[in-house]
Design a protein around this ligand. Structure first.
Ligand code: B12
Length: 213
C-alpha cells in the first residue's frame, strides 16, 4: 500500500533532493510506516542502485555525496536527535576499518543502536586496529562492531578478535556488517556475528544484553 511512497522516496534520494526526500519520509512516518521498513526498503534500496556509479568507468563522487547527504537528512526524520532513551543496554564501539572510507552504513547503525538504547562510541572511518582496540580498552563495551564496504578490509576484520584478546578483551563480542561482509559466515571473518542489517545487529545485541528495556 505504501509502495508508491517508498518508490517516491527512493527517487528523491537518487536525485539528491533533500527537501523532497524528507517530505516523503515524513509522509511515510505519518502514515504509520515503521522506520525500519523505510531504512531497508527505501534508503538501502536507493544506495544499492548507485552500484554502477562506484565503478572505475562511471565514478561520480559529487552525485553520490549528494545522495548521502539526503540519506542523512532522512535518517534525522526517522531517528530525531535527542529522542533516544539513555544508553542503558550497554556500550558498543563501532568503526569502519583502515582503508575503508564508506561510513553511511556505520552512521545509520549508530543512529539505530542509539535509538534502541545502546551507548555508542564511534571510532569513525579509516580507523586503525590500534585505535579501535584503545577505544575498547577504555570503554569495556558489550560489543565491537565493524562496518565493511570494500572487500580489501576483510584481512583486517579477521584480526579484530585477536587484537582485542591481546588487550585483555577476549570476552567482548565482535559483530560485522556492511555490504562487503554480510555474505560471509562468522567463522570466515573470525567474528561472533555477521549482521544482515543494523536492525538484525540490534536483535543479536538484545539477546546478549537480555533485552533490557
Ligand atoms: C556510497 C558509496 C560510496 C561513497 C561513500 C560515502 C560515504 N560517506 O559512505 C564514496 C563515493 C566515497 C565511495 C567511494 C568508493 N567506493 Co563505494 N560505494 C558506495 C555505495 C554506492 C553505497 C554504500 C552505502 O552507503 N550503502 C548504504 C548503507 C546504508 O548500507 P550498508 O553500509 O550496507 O549499511 C547497512 C547494513 O549493512 C548495516 N551495517 C553496516 N555496517 C554494519 C556494521 C555492523 C556491526 C552492523 C551490525 C550492521 C552494519 O547497517 C546499515 C543499515 O541497515 C556502494 C554500493 C553498495 N551496493 O553498497 C559502493 C561500493 C561499496 N563502493 C565500491 C568502491 C569500489 C568504491 C571506491 C574504491 C571507488 C573508487 N573508484 O575509488 C571508493 C573506495 C574508497 C575507500 N577506500 O573506501 C564498491 C566496493 C567493491 C568491493 N567489492 O570491494 C561498491 C560495492 C560499489 C561496486 N559495486 O563496485 N563509495
Amino acid at each position: 500500500m505504501h509502495e508508491a511512497d517508498i518508490q517516491s522516496l527512493i527517487h528523491g534520494l537518487l536525485e539528491g533532493d533533500c527537501a523532497g526526500s524528507v517530505a516523503h519520509a515524513e509522509a511515510l512516518r505519518g502514515a504509520g510506516v515503521r522506520a525500519e521498513k523505510i531504512v531497508l526498503d527505501g534508503v538501502e534500496a536507493a544506495m544499492n542502485r548507485l552500484d554502477a556509479k562506484c565503478t572505475l568507468e562511471q565514478f561520480n563522487l559529487l552525485e553520490i555525496m549528494l545522495v548521502g547527504r539526503a540519506v542523512m537528512e532522512v535518517m534525522k526524520v526517522l531517528y530525531p536527535p535527542g529522542s533516544a532513551p539513555a544508553g542503558t543496554k550497554g556500550t558498543v564501539v563501532i568503526a569502519a576499518l583502515e582503508g575503508d572510507v564508506h561510513d553511511l552504513g556505520k552512521n545509520i547503525l549508530k543512529m539505530v543502536l542509539t535509538a534502541k538504547g545502546y551507548r555508542v562510541v564511534d571510532c569513525g572511518k579509516d580507523c586503525s586496529l590500534g585505535t579501535l582496540a584503545d577505544a575498547a580498552v577504555k570503554e569495556t563495551p558489550l560489543a565491537v562492531g565493524v562496518s565493511g564496504l570494500i572487500t580489501t578490509i576483510i584481512p583486517l576484520v579477521k584480526q579484530v578478535r585477536d587484537t582485542l584478546r591481546r588487550r585483555g578483551l577476549g570476552e567482548v563480542k565482535v559483530l560485522a556488517g556492511g555490504a562487503a561482509l554480510k555474505q560471509a559466515i562468522p567463522a570466515h571473518l573470525n567474528v561472533d556475528y555477521v549482521a544482515e542489517s543494523a536492525f538484525d545487529g540490534v536483535g543479536y545485541l538484545d539477546g546478549l544484553s537480555g533485552g533490557l528495556p
